[in-house]
Design a protein around this ligand. Sequence first.
Ligand SMILES: Cc1cc2nc3c(=O)[nH]c(=O)nc-3n(C[C@H](O)[C@H](O)[C@H](O)COP(=O)(O)OP(=O)(O)OC[C@H]3O[C@@H](n4cnc5c(N)ncnc54)[C@H](O)[C@@H]3O)c2cc1C
Ligand code: FES
Length: 457
Amino acid sequence: MESIWTKTCRMPAFPSLSSDMDVDVAVVGGGMAGILIAYFLKDSGLSVAVFEKDAIGRGATAFTTAKITSQHGLIYTKLIQNIGKEKARQYAAAQQKAVTCYRSIIEQENISCHLEETSSYLYSTADAEQLKREEESAVSLGLPASFTRQTELPFPVKGAVRFDHQAQFHPLQFLRSVAAKLKVYEHSEAVRVSGHRLYIRAAGETYTVKAGRIVIATHFPIRNFPGFYFMRQHQELSYILALDRAARLKGMYYCSDPGGYTFRSFGRFTLFGGLGHRSGKLRPGDSYRRLWHQARRMYPRAALAAHWSNEDAMPHDRLPFIGPYSLWTPQLYVATGFQKWGMTGAMTAALALSDQILGRNDGHYDIYLPQRLSLSGLGPFLADTGHTLTHLILQKPFVPYGKKRCIEKGFGPTCTHLGCTLSYNPADHTWDCPCHGSRYSEDGTLLSGPACRSLKK
Ligand SMILES: Cc1cc2nc3c(=O)[nH]c(=O)nc-3n(C[C@H](O)[C@H](O)[C@H](O)COP(=O)(O)OP(=O)(O)OC[C@H]3O[C@@H](n4cnc5c(N)ncnc54)[C@H](O)[C@@H]3O)c2cc1C
Ligand code: FES
């Protein structure tokens, strides 16, 4: 699959690991989170290495829309209700700081990555009242929010919350420049973590990396126990089209209504996305075709330049997990659960984990601690567990009729994570897991976790 980012940026190649090594900090995962965490530690005097199973920037970071914003959908009113105003203010401040940090790094390192300062809009075609409440909540937390009815969208809206001084960029051009300053090993897959040892498989050999600290930044954590992240978040899949000859938008747009669309421009392209759903919970038909149909209604002259899909890890209480992996593994850290906002989420993780690893923790990032107890997450936790158990017990996949004939006994293959039966995604021709969202290509090759093994052929 190619996105507009992978089509417009040539990434450098890094070597694979070829011997055992000792390092102060080992970072697993060469996406936005892993690379930024290593970047923040590189001048600390500690030795740091990043291990990437594929190539850097080929995971979720390659398939984002790359809006850099503290506007994360309808979140601030809910956060104030769920965790109180002080903690909601901490969330808002950290995300807004992340926006500023991108700007500082880009200026400091002189990175050319199409950075544009712009406004971010959360719009609704159905309900202005909840947007007004969201605007009041955001303002009360110190965010640069205002309510407006003016947008550049090709349809009328009831209203929008506008956040000023936000940004958008080319994520891979940024990642490439930052990674150039780091020690990175590609095609080097972490296959086991045990105490201070990381076992890395590269070119058919397994090497041991002894590390003082290990950070798991693999989008969805690769280790089930301890931590139990597969029970604390689920994954959602969204689809994006890059349109040529559509309108050029100055702002970035995200819809607060269920089933709404997302928009931003990149050069002459308009990125248009939506039709998100829980991974593995599929409807018949092709999501790209439906999205394209919508796009043509709005922009009749548009041509399709690229299309892709991507998954988000969605924690039950809507807060990312950033900090020690578990109470029993003080040397092991995690950064996951960025929901749909992993650009600022990754930057927040890098700031928080570098502080924790360097012993500078001042409590500003405590709301993200993975060991938090959260009442607001209880309902979604129960619903999620029910969903997973139903799929595990009933083994009920989605397999379209044409595909069913090809599969023995009419069932899809079984996920290598915990054994749910996979559903067939006709848009991407992938096998997607309805339990925790692992994805496999049609020939069974693992595309994304939490599973760590491809399907048996
Ligand atoms: C459609 C869509 C649009 C989005 N748009 C935005 C947006 O506009 N703004 C925003 O803030 N966020 C957005 N997001 C979210 C954001 O893109 C992601 O949260 C972010 O890119 C995640 O970065 P990451 O580093 O955690 O994961 P990744 O980029 O997936 O990096 C993880 C890396 O770990 C590697 N890995 C996995 N297992 C192993 C292993 N065993 N050993 C070694 N390496 C391993 C993978 O190969 C991968 O390269 C969007 C998401 C979606 C789905
Ligand atoms: S991802 Fe957990 S069972 Fe498939």
